[in-house]
Design a protein around this ligand. Sequence first.
Ligand code: CMC
Length: 421
Amino acid sequence: MVRKATITIDGKTVELPILEGSFGPAAIDVRSLYQETGMFCYDPGFMSTASCSSGITYIDGDKGVLLYRGYPVDELVEKCDFLDVAYLLFYGELPNAQEKEEFEKSVTQHTMVHEQLRSFFQGFRRDAHPMAIMVGVVGALSAFYHDNLDIYDPKQRETAFHRIIAKMPTIAAMAYNYSRGCPLPYPQNDLTYAQNFLKMMFGLPSEKYQINPIVAKAMDIIFILHADHEQNASTSTVRLAGSSKANPFACIASGIAALWGPAHGGANEAVLKMLEQIGSVENIPAFINRAKDKKDTFRLMGFGHRVYKNYDPRARIMRKACHDVLDQLGIQDPLLDIALKLEEIALKDQYFIDNKLYPNVDFYSGLVFRALNIPTSMFTVIFSVARTVGWIAHWNEMMADPGQKIGRPRQLYTGSVLRHL
Ligand code: CMC
């Protein structure tokens, strides 16, 4: 039996169907509300709005659960590599041995970028933020793959997926090397996804680059943990841009722009800046007080989440990875001591308890990046490399839906009423 919600407005009662998902909260289908009542739903920030239905990623924010296509993210981190996870998110199932081999082969065939794309970099100042370069250069990919791209053809969407996930590490490493005045790198296709990225980031033509397996493993974990997170701000941006049937590479560029902000992917960079600003364990209480002061704009970066009202499962894995990497590489980072103490104090503080504010994925990822010698300005870039998998999987899911409509929210108008000159 279909459950129904009833709403009464000015004496008129309207019945709205309730849609049941496979897991988690149901949703009231309000699509006929305006037609029936002449009123809209008001939900800025989408606090109670399911903008679409999706079968890719599931989050239970109260329990701190994150599933990719039904699999817990910690099991995937333990048993799979990033390309397995990319395959899973896009196609819905993990690859068997032959599928994995073919997928890897196809992705590695697309790792190079068009030589003309390389000249785009010269247009940027050397000190440009690499996220600014990413927005521009990934957007420019649309100029290379537009006229012959039929977005209604599943096979061509699949090629776009292979192409973009193959090129993202190359473009990211080029952005970094441009900023430090080094030659723009080329990929090396006999390496794994994570190894190839590290080689392009740090390798120089003049010397042999030795890949540290601890560093490559940590990078792979970072990629898996950031691969998708259901309808977050950047994924919703990609869906909205894609809903107008725009070029997918331009849509990914819009996702990169949305990810850049410190409330979203830019938080990992902000966490490190905050830990440096705190400087030592004695200063923590003063910063906690600032975070609680409503007159102060300061927030504890890497804390809080729209969906997680419990420990972010990614933060738990990242915390462990952080300890492992520092131990294995023999690094003592004073910022880790500050982070651990900050977490301990915040988790006992009534304000953080009442607001259900726990560490999110960004709280420890910056410290792992630091241990891997990744410069702060590249943190969000690496997040964007990983999240491209989620963006394109969501774009593909949306494009495959025959009932898909252009995303076009309405508004509660508060401006001037009709007036004349
Ligand atoms: N420090 C201090 N107070 C906070 C924090 C924080 N980090 N986060 C939320 N609050 C307070 C906030 O002031 C509000 O209090 P009140 O109701 O009294 O005004 C209450 O908690 C609810 O916060 P909100 O801003 O209404 O919640 P939201 O769901 O709109 O925002 C958030 C979620 C992630 C933007 C926010 O928690 C935040 O700004 N955190 C710091 C930035 C950060 O770490 N972002 C990374 C998110 S995870 C990775 C990703 O998604 O990219």
